[in-house]
Design a protein around this ligand. Structure first.
Ligand SMILES: *Cc1c(COP(=O)(O)O)cnc(C)c1O
Length: 386
């Protein structure tokens, strides 16, 4: 039966336990499985290779992304590491100009050492993707909306260009989740998630996920998952399944709160620039609306210079200064020194990640409390008038 997303969140993947009738998938906290005779296992051998709790999560992310295959990893970066391991020395990737700092770091300081290079491109302009593709390029790697400037890339256009040249399109869908955007249906070949963020949703689990449709590519990724071993444990797989059940209701509130706060920030006079693809004047607004069911709940902004941005961070009382995003609680961060510190200052400047940039992950608290907190933090950070 083809369930809709809201039902898939609760009943997708492996729905409960067929043996006992438990409504939740049990935590198979085991490293290995008894074999009844030589070459006679019961479908499970060793938990790096396969574990029933992890397999339930893997099937769930495949269902949610409208894919055929799913894989779960110990972190988003372990998932990214596995996808990048598809490539070999001499291969090149075309990469969005604002991406998660850790993604930049693994490309720049790890895979670069193995002769896999990358080219940073403003993927919000399809012509620039086209221009960057040459014989050595094997894949286009995008985040949309991207971290931290919420730049929107037209995923269908990027897929068309990549495929016309025989290249793969890889999309990091962490910021929107399959509840709001399903890149495989727009033509992407591989979808990556940091499950640590909205999918888990409670800031209590680090995980990574991959979903895809193609059998041959899935076989290669399963091989790499087992060969390199960065798998998600059974307990964390259980927590992810548990978190995903409420993704729909959480995202609805996240987005509602974010839309209100983005407008308030824009109109209040505290911010000189607000980056949020849910604002009509945002350059990504139309494409975002076309390819996703909502703009998400990540907002970046530049505080007016009348206010000291360093004091602003310490003056917040309800909103927590921390790395990460996507949890039920609102978090704020300073990309230049936190999430994107791995990107050298000159590249940060080039792609527009200003030192004054503030990134807000809007939680599901009462939005009026959040606005009051932002307002008092700004007022109390006002620079003294000489
Ligand atoms: C956090 C994040 C990652 C990395 O995921 P981890 O779970 O922290 O390893 C990758 N991409 C995006 C967009 C992220 O926000």
């Amino acid at each position: 039966m083809g369930l809709r997303t809201d039902s898939l969140l609760i009943h997708g993947g492996t729905d409960g336990d067929a043996v006992t009738g438990a409504v939740n998938v049990p935590v198979y906290q085991t490293s290995t499985f008894k074999q009844d005779g030589l070459g006679q296992d019961r479908g499970w051998e060793y938990s790096r290779t396969g574990n029933p709790t992890r397999a339930a999560l893997e099937k769930l992310i495949a269902d949610l992304e409208h894919g055929e295959y799913g894989l779960a990893f110990a972190s988003g970066l372990a998932a990214i590491n596995t996808v990048l391991s598809l490539f070999k020395s001499g291969d090149k990737l075309v990469v969005s100009d604002n991406i998660y700092g850790g993604t930049f770091r693994i490309l720049d300081n790890v895979f670069n050492n193995f002769g896999i290079t990358y080219k940073i491109v403003d993927t919000s302009d399809p012509a620039k993707i086209e221009e960057a593709i040459d014989e050595d390029v094997k894949a286009v790697y995008v985040e949309s909306p991207a971290n931290p400037l919420l730049t929107v890339t037209d995923i269908a256009a990027a897929a068309e260009i990549a495929h016309r040249h025989g290249k793969l399109l890889i999309v990091d869908n962490t910021f929107l989740t399959p509840y709001l955007q399903r890149p495989l249906t727009l033509g992407a070949d591989i979808v990556i998630h940091s499950g640590t963020k909205y999918l888990g949703g409670h800031s209590d689990t680090v995980s990574g996920l991959i979903a895809l449709k193609d059998r041959e590519l899935a076989d290669r990724l399963y091989y790499l998952q087992n060969a390199t071993g960065g798998v998600l444990g059974p307990w964390d797989s259980f927590l992810m399944i548990r978190g995903i059940k409420t993704l729909g209701v959480r995202m609805d509130r996240h987005v509602k709160n974010a839309e209100r706060i983005a407008r308030w920030l824009r109109d209040s006079g505290y911010a000189t620039r607000v980056y949020y693809p849910g604002l009509e004047e945002d350059p990504g607004y139309e494409i975002q609306k076309k390819q996703a069911d909502g703009p998400g709940a990540m907002i970046s902004f530049i505080l007016d210079e009348k206010y000291d941005y360093r004091s602003f961070f310490s003056n917040l009382k309800l909103i927590t200064l921390a790395e990460s995003l996507g949890g039920v609680e609102s978090l704020v961060c300073h990309p230049a020194t936190m999430t994107h510190a791995a990107i050298p200052a000159d590249i940060r400047k080039e792609v527009g990640i200003a030192d004054e940039l503030i990134r807000l992950s809007v939680g599901i608290e009462d939005v009026e409390d959040l606005i009051e907190d932002l307002q008092q933090a700004a007022e109390n950070s006002a620079k003294e008038v000489v």
